[in-house]
Design a protein around this ligand. Structure first.
Ligand SMILES: Cc1cc2nc3c(=O)[nH]c(=O)nc-3n(C[C@H](O)[C@H](O)[C@H](O)COP(=O)(O)O)c2cc1C
Length: 128
């Protein structure tokens, strides 16, 4: 799966070779971080690593209890901003980029929740 995602990212990056690219990712145990490092050794891109505002959480503890609780809250109340984990501020102007590559681990068959607040911001961002 990692190879497929990595290949896909390289293809997307090649197609948009002239475009300014932003890679936004979250990584808990650094697998996605490794993929992003490999990718950015091959393409020119700015990189933003999303970090949860609450530090030191053990997402694997108690059979991944925190991740389960987060995803339940989002599924139950997807339109409630408090369902989503707070993240550190991202000071990136999306208008500067033609291509945005998202890197996310799977958590309970979904994108890891810490990326949700950033993508919600993207959805509210007016792009052509
Ligand atoms: C809370 C949590 C839930 C996960 N759920 C899944 C899952 O549903 N399917 C899966 O294949 N892997 C799952 N994983 C494993 C991660 O997706 C996998 O280890 C990934 O490579 C982690 O990326 P990272 O090292 O960048 O954080 C889960 C991991 C955590 C911490």
């Amino acid at each position: 799966m990692k190879k497929i995602l990595f290949s896909l990212a390289v293809i997307i990056a090649a197609v948009t070779a002239q475009a300014k690219t932003l890679v936004v990712y979250y990584s808990y145990t650094n697998n996605v971080n490794t993929i992003v490092n490999e990718l950015t050794n091959q393409i020119d891109a700015d990189v933003v690593r999303i970090e949860p505002a609450e530090k030191g959480l053990d997402y694997a503890a108690n059979n991944y209890a925190i991740g389960s609780t987060l995803i339940s809250a989002i599924r139950n109340n997807p339109n409630d901003a408090t369902s989503y984990p707070a993240i550190d501020p991202v000071n990136t102007n999306l208008a500067d980029y033609e291509c945005v590559i998202i890197g996310a681990p799977l958590w309970w068959s979904n994108m890891a929740e810490p990326l949700d607040p950033f993508l919600t911001d993207i959805r509210s961002f007016n792009v052509d």
